[in-house]
Write a protein that binds this ligand. Structure first.
Ligand SMILES: C[S@@+](CC[C@H](N)C(=O)[O-])C[C@H]1O[C@@H](n2cnc3c(N)ncnc32)[C@H](O)[C@@H]1O
Length: 246
């Protein structure tokens, strides 16, 4: 199974997520990125060709060496500098407020605890910095949702931990971002896999004009969440964002 996950799956994802269906969604998700961008779940760099010219530097976070290796040709053609700076979106080796924008495409579905990844993105974004997100997830129709729950265990096995039952919009809101724009609809193709959500959300600015406190790589861990995380609608994170003394 390890050989499949580490050596084979990245090639499958590169092919399946690199089809024409995804192109316009990736272009729209990348529009407005600027300056220093942290991209978690960088994969094989399928967004690289869509970065706008305002992007100067991309800090890529990707656990799979095979996937990152597949990005080589795309990186050579990229006007923006791309550095692989980490392996886990749930614990970013970056200072608070060190990134202008964040990009996350089809990755929250696979990160074991997506709420931790969002808390990290919130921490490393400058106050008011924007998160650009594109994910497949929980559909609005009960019949499709029922199939998503039925297929989820199989999807997890075949997709390297990918889940069909993530609620990206709910998770982003629960993480304290302000959602500025959102498009959610079936993108075409089999419905359990293709209910896409694209959104842009702003990291908060606290009363003192700084970034709200997050859970950094150097911060003490919070209380444990539910096993495997909780991707459901209305999820509330197991920790609070209150300012010290508030
Ligand atoms: C479905 S692929 C999407 C890749 C790419 N973002 C795209 O849009 O094509 C999910 C990616 O998330 C990566 N991933 C899995 N767990 C992760 C984690 N804890 N932190 C960051 N990335 C992770 C996987 O290695 C994989 O490259």
């Amino acid at each position: 199974m390890a050989v499949y996950r580490d050596r084979v799956l990245p090639h499958i994802i590169d092919r399946m997520c690199g089809t024409a269906l995804f192109g316009p969604w990736r272009a729209e998700a990348s529009a407005g990125l600027r300056g220093t961008v942290v991209e978690i779940g960088f994969g094989s760099g399928l967004n690289v060709g869509h970065y706008p010219p305002e992007v100067e530097r991309v800090l890529a976070v990707e656990p799979s060496a095979t996937a990152f290796g597949l990005a080589a040709g795309r990186l050579r053609r990229s006007p923006a500098t791309v550095e692989r700076i980490g392996l886990d979106g749930q614990s970013l080796p970056l200072a608070d407020a060190s990134c202008d924008s964040a990009l996350c495409t089809f990755t929250l579905c696979t990160v074991p605890r997506p709420e931790l990844a969002l808390a990290e993105l919130r921490r490393v974004l400058v106050p008011g910095g924007r998160l650009h997100l594109l994910e497949h997830g929980l559909a609005p129709d009960p019949a499709v949702v029922a199939w998503q729950h039925r297929l989820d265990p199989l999807q997890g096995h075949l997709g390297g931990g990918c889940h069909l039952t993530v609620d990206p919009l709910g998770l982003v809101r629960a993480a304290g971002f302000t959602v500025e724009s959102v498009t959610a609809r079936y993108a075409g193709g089999p419905k359990p896999w293709t209910y896409f959500t694209r959104l842009v959300a702003r990291a908060p600015v606290d009363a003192c004009g700084g970034a709200a406190p997050g859970r950094g790589a150097g911060s003490p861990p919070g209380p444990p969440g539910p096993p495997g995380g909780d991707r459901r609608r209305g999820f509330r994170p197991p920790y609070r964002w209150a300012l010290p003394g508030a």
